[in-house]
Design a protein. Sequence first.
Length: 689
Amino acid sequence: MMNNKTILLDGRWQILTDANNKLTFEQALLPLQESKQKLPVPGNWNAVGLDNFIGTVWYRTTFVHVAKPDYSLSFLQFGGVDYFADIWLNGCYIGHHEGYFQHFKFKISDALIVGENELVVKVTSPHEEPGAVWPDRKQLIKGIFGHHDCRPGSSSPEHGQDYNTGGIWNRVEIVYGKELLISGAKITSALDGDSALVTVQLQFQSRAVLVEKKLSIKITSPAGKMQTIQRELNIPKGSSSATVTAEIKKPALWWSHDVGESPLYKLQLYDGREEIYSDTFGVRDVRLDVNQVFHLNGKRLFLRGTNIIPEQFLSTLSEERIQMMIHLMKEAHINIVRVHAHVNRKEFYRACDENGIMVWQDFALQWTYDTSPEFAENAVSQIHDMVNQFYNHPSIVVWCCHNEPGEQINTLDKLLYAAVKQEDASRIVRQASNYEEHAYDGWYWGDKEHYAATPMGPLVTEFGAQGLPGVSSLKKIIPKGSLFPPDYEVWKYHNFQTDQTFNIAGVQTGKSIGEFVKNSQNYQADLLTTAIHFYRRERFSRINAVFQFMLIDCWKSISWSVVDYFGVPKKGFFALKEAFDPLLLSIRLRQVKYYAGIRLNLDVYIINDLFRNYDNCKLKFTLDGKHLHQLDIKSIAADSLQLFRFDELQIWLPAKMKKGRHKLSIALYDHKKQLLRSVPVEIFSENEK
């Protein structure tokens, strides 16, 4: 973040709609000046007053500039505009920008006037021509905001581009500086024994021919300990960079929340006594070894992940909603989140930094795109922007260039991969998350028992099934007349998939909407439980990471989420929470029906993802509340999996066992006789012996 003099231009701006993008600046200016229609900035236009509008919106505002002799540098800075932006200041054309997520700025020192200034911004977020361009040869780099089956209208040819995300969605400000501005810094830490080498690459903007500066860099530890590095730099006119290094002895390492603390260091840059730049960073090391096992600070870590699309409109993603999602992820024992096929706003990544949620960051490419060299150049340029803009967030541990690219993994994605590697050698970089890593057994094909084969490993980056929101939430999503019996054309617009629900998953509608919800949520929860338990039983054997699809809905949707748009958890959320427990007691019941007096046929897995041991534990088996068997366990080691097979357990059912249903409980206790984990199981007796 920059600490220069700023004037915030947010507020209600005059607008003029231009659906067909036909107006020139000269044609738009007068009607824009006289327009009575206003929209708030920041705001995606479909979120703040323009219902389902696609095309061009002209924005106008005025601001007062007071001449300051000691502030000779001036920039107009945008936090995010979706998608094309053209800017005029006092009738002078300032510049053009393409892309929805980037921060960008233009030098305006020569266009500013003392007194009232007029700023005009033309924003175009077009409809891509169905068939010829959309969906297979897309040209706009918007990822899931332009094409996805969880957005308004799903991926249908008719409605798949509804509720366009265009607009000035983030803050707009004038940034003033003296003869020098700091436009950014890339902070890299590398572990070296008991120390960390911190490299700071500074980006400057200078108005003078040559600026001689004595700058101070202060690094403050999480405990408040400060160290200062002073450098004398000769900074040329225009854009330039300089690199400064520092050593941190015995650094406080950044860990994911499940295995440690997530401390952040603060970096401040001073020109004399004036702070001109500050940001936070974390000291940590990440790598993926030759077996595709993830390591954090030298320790291997099983990734229990989810996918997320927090909001359809980035301008509406509030701090409260971000914190709600962070709380849900921590509650569900999620240690990594895949930001699915889009780039989000900085506040989301900052929250992940502070809360120890690792991030797998996708670039904003979803399915296939134009194959021209011009598109590839644009994509390479924008992926550079993504890496540089979010470089300092320690939560980001993986860059991924494309979601489900198909054959473009062999062409476009190779260029993107090389571009990311050029910018960042400190993180894991992957060309794509492609179909061979997406396991949808029990939803798009087969059944949930197929997960016994642990498909699509070792990094499973998507799996899951749809689950209906609760009845109260559904009533906010589906109009009363279409709710029950369901009008599936209305439901499909809200992303519901009929063929998969009924013909593959076999979910029954029942006699009421309540029964339908129960059946759907039960299926989703059962599938997630089945899949995750099978996957975790192959921990670091066949499977190193699992990413459920997905955490929460980005709009009023019926989807694969385990939490609906309104923040209400489905049954699947609690199934995810149970199955993602870092200390997991997993029971494989080989047989459900028994005769009295025979051996119990089950396997017990104790899975410990934590970096701590549990010594002198006991595994107790009870049947209908009565003691059946006890197993003493000398140690459950940190980062381990222990399997107790049925033939090793040698547990025999009572000779006098009544016919019918019985409650079997398997419970794990620590050395203090405190209950660690418990799993209930139902078995059936065919007859008495």
